[in-house]
Write a protein that binds this ligand. Structure first.
Ligand SMILES: [Zn+2]
Length: 562
């Protein structure tokens, strides 16, 4: 027994001496940063490397090597930026040690279980009790953390940092920061399109940058918790709203279709030379508005904006989230409101009225693995029945022409233009193949919308119906070297902000609203925008309120006020 203790004691002494010797090693702060970043990159980011390689087609061509190399440089730069931020004197060593241990904890779960440590995972962890969590922390876990986290942390703690004077350190750090930013700007600038195509299809890869992404997720989670606890109460709008009485007892069904990534330039209804709206163009009863501007260039802006009374000028996602929107007003006035979603969710717009995600039903006629063609949005439409005097707003949020995998947005029946790009790695397709795929997605949107109108038309014996379609934003397809969307609005090209919009009303709905259809047909070329949606919806349900602006209501000028 005694000899065992002695052996353990002497082993400890040997290790202590070895660690003590580390303090004779000196390193500059920049040297320490580079060593730690290299260590993290080489040993703690296996999942990231696997995901990047896995996302690219084999065998690797020049494009793929460029993307892989860009991912490597970007990861290096992200880690370097974190190290630079933490490099001031009292913080550098302890912060680096915390980073190393955090990275080891995360890499254990990421590499052994393929866990994505994103915001929802952090939430799961925060809500898990200790007993559940301790099950996951096996001997293998502790060994991994000791070897890959604690051991390098002890080394960092023990080595001596040779710092120069404040100004010299400051200059070195500033130069390093400039270098990192310049290299990153060059990487992004030289292959913006390849990276944005690849990035859109592989967003989750960024979540794997260890340990920066998990720490960032934890930070966002805490920030959201804080906001939720300190949020201002929801601002009520149109508290004075009332609905004007309508003669008769027929029910009213308004279907607002929020399109996705459809641009006016490729809509036949808006003058495109190709037959992308074969079904809708054949109708004589559509009011197609040909000069419509979107509120934003991304879903997260345009969708909350068009349902808000703020208008583009006063809109911000945060501001819109703090107040009610037209759905809330209509709901309060007794209108049935439903939101069926086949895209990225309602962006907070429907949070008080609820929504149905079409993907969850996974209807095999339209869906594979929860990814559905837009036809799925109509499969339950027949079940919507309204009683006398009832009225309903149904919002259908389409997947539309969401890119860059446009070919996933339409079935074979809509494959009108070929050859179409059928590769998720769009950068491998020619421009004309990409445009063909995009146009096919519009052809399919056309058939879904036409089908919707047909179904509503068929029930016009019993129900007055209206369809308002508007796309959330447009898309660049290579014009001026740009692809996709999301460019800051002031810089955005016409293709990203000029969107298709049309209105269809059953004959009875027109007379219910006392609409002069000839008058409306004259006005469809006038410039309008997403700002019209809020007021037009208010007008369609005959809502009267101080926030209702008839000049923005598409119909108001052509309605008989008496
Ligand atoms: Zn969108």
């Amino acid at each position: 027994m005694n000899s065992n203790l002695e052996a353990a004691g002497s082993a400890w002494a040997t290790w202590r001496n070895r660690f003590a010797r580390l303090s004779r090693i000196t390193v500059t702060p920049t040297g320490l940063m580079l060593l730690v970043v290299a260590y993290l990159l080489l040993t703690q980011n296996q999942s990231l490397a696997r995901a990047v390689v896995g996302s690219l087609p084999k065998p690797f061509g020049w494009q793929e090597w460029r993307i892989a190399l860009s991912a490597l440089i970007t990861t290096f730069n992200v880690l370097m930026l974190a190290m630079i931020a933490l490099s001031w004197k009292p913080v550098q060593k302890p912060a680096t040690c915390v980073l190393l241990v955090t990275a080891a904890v995360c890499s254990y779960f990421m590499d052994s279980f393929g866990t994505l440590i994103d915001k929802s995972m952090i939430m799961n962890v925060a809500r898990t009790d200790f007993a559940e969590a301790s099950d996951l922390m096996s001997g293998a876990f502790w060994t991994h953390v000791a070897v890959f986290g604690l051991l390098p942390a002890v080394v960092v703690w023990k080595v001596r940092l040779r710092r120069s004077g404040f100004w010299k350190e400051f200059r070195t750090r500033a130069a390093l920061l400039m270098l990192v930013l310049t290299v990153q700007a060059a990487v992004l600038g030289l292959q913006y399109n390849e990276l944005s195509f690849w990035g859109r299809e592989n967003r989750s890869v960024a979540v794997l940058i260890n340990p920066v992404s998990p720490i960032n997720s934890a930070y966002s989670y805490l920030r959201r918790q804080y906001r939720e606890h300190h949020a201002a109460p929801l601002l009520r709008i149109a508290g004075d709203a009332t609905r004007a009485a309508v003669a008769g007892t027929r029910p009213l069904l308004v279907v607002m279709v929020v399109g996705e990534t459809a641009r006016a330039q490729n809509f036949q209804l808006d003058g495109y030379g190709r037959s992308t709206n074969p079904a809708l163009s054949a109708r004589r009863d559509l009011f197609n508005f040909s000069a419509v501007r979107s509120c934003g260039t991304a879903t997260a802006e345009s969708v909350p904006c068009m349902f808000s009374n703020l208008g583009q000028q006063r809109f911000s996602p945060r501001r819109a989230a703090e107040q009610e929107n037209v759905l809330d007003v209509l709901h309060r006035l007794g209108v049935r409101v439903a939101w069926w979603d086949n895209d990225s969710g309602c962006q907070g717009v429907c949070s008080r009225v609820g929504s149905i995600s079409i993907g969850e039903k996974n209807d095999p006629r339209f869906c594979t693995d929860g990814q559905c063609l837009d036809g799925a949005l109509l499969s339950d439409l027949g079940d919507v029945t309204l009683k006398a005097e009832e009225s309903m707003l149904l919002v259908l949020h389409m997947k539309g022409s969401h890119g860059p995998a446009y070919f996933k947005r339409y079935p074979e029946s809509a494959r009108r233009f070929t050859p179409d790009c059928r590769d998720e790695n769009v950068q491998r397709c020619s421009l004309s193949e990409v445009v063909n795929a995009y146009d096919n997605s519009i052809v399919y949107t056309d058939s879904v919308l036409s089908d919707l109108i047909g179904q509503l038309d068929a029930r016009s014996v019993s129900t007055d119906s209206v369809v308002l379609y508007v796309s959330d934003h447009g898309e660049s397809l290579g014009e001026a070297g740009l692809y996709l969307h999301g460019i800051p609005y002031r810089l955005a090209p016409d293709q990203q902000t000029h969107v298709p919009m049309f209105l269809w009303l059953s004959a009875q709905a027109s007379s219910r609203l006392k609409l002069d259809t000839h008058c409306l047909a004259q006005k469809t070329g006038q410039p309008t925008s997403h700002d019209a949606a809020f007021h037009t919806l208010m007008g369609l349900f005959s809502v009267r309120s101080k926030v209702y602006d008839p000049t923005l209501d598409l119909l108001s000028a052509c309605q008989d006020a008496g």
